[in-house]
Design a protein around this ligand. Structure first.
Ligand code: SF4
Length: 221
């Protein structure tokens, strides 16, 4: 199989081409977690192929840089699962699974949100995050969809962006149970999907239509 065809049949975001003609291989991770056997396989590959090492991305990924195209298929075979199975990645902080300040299980809710968001066909990429308390280490308030855990439930935010034109998200609801938070997110995304321009991120969309229009669509008020 030709290299281009090989890459095309891989899971989403499994391989990224680099300027120097080599490739970055992206092992599959969920909310920054990697199992011991996967980690061992990655270390063996790095050693066997004389690669420089690994690199952590800002988006909670571990990347293997500098893989020559000639050995890319065999590297991927040895490395184990690569790329994403869900369309929209959700990052998370540690939350109640390990942080003293955690009010909610942000890791678990982020994993559930990834699955939930997979049903949505959206105009462009969607970045989401769950934070376990109001310290917001998961940077939820600068994500398209954000969840922040509080003692009595979740804060739901929409329309944030941390990129070139940063925007703090609008809060759609506070202290709601997880199920209600997901319903609110779903209705906001339905409205966004139906009314956004091609490639328009939620931050620019909210700026254009106004948060009142989003609230009207979500809550009917
Ligand atoms: S947001 Fe809260 S729970 Fe999450 S890592 Fe920060 S302090 Fe801990």
């Amino acid at each position: 199989m030709e290299l281009k065809a090989f890459i095309e049949q891989l899971p989403m975001r499994a391989v990224k081409p680099r300027k120097d003609g080599t490739f970055t291989v992206v092992p599959r991770m969920s909310q920054g977690k990697l199992a011991a056997d996967h980690l061992i396989a990655i270390a063996k590959v790095v050693e066997e192929y004389g690669l420089e090492g690994v690199r952590l991305s800002t988006g909670q990924r571990l990347l293997i840089d500098g893989v020559p195209g000639a050995v890319l298929p065999e590297v991927i075979e040895k490395v184990g699962p690569v790329g994403d199975i869900y369309k929209h990645k959700v990052q998370a902080c540690l939350g109640t699974t390990g942080c003293n300040l955690g009010q909610q299980d942000s890791m678990a809710v982020a994993a559930e949100l990834e699955e939930f968001l997979n049903d949505y066909e959206l105009p462009t990429k969607l970045k989401s995050s769950a934070s376990g308390c109001s310290m917001c280490c998961g940077e939820s308030m600068i994500r398209d969809v954000g969840l922040v855990g509080k003692k009595h439930g979740w804060t739901v935010s929409f329309g944030g962006n941390g990129g070139k034109r940063a925007r703090q998200a609008d809060v759609l609801a506070q202290d709601v149970p997880k199920e209600e938070a997901f319903e609110i997110i779903g209705r906001a995304l339905d409205f966004y999907a139906a009314n956004a321009k091609v490639k328009e991120r939620t931050a620019r969309f909210v700026e254009r239509v106004g948060i009142k229009a989003v609230e009207q669509a979500v809550f009917g008020r």
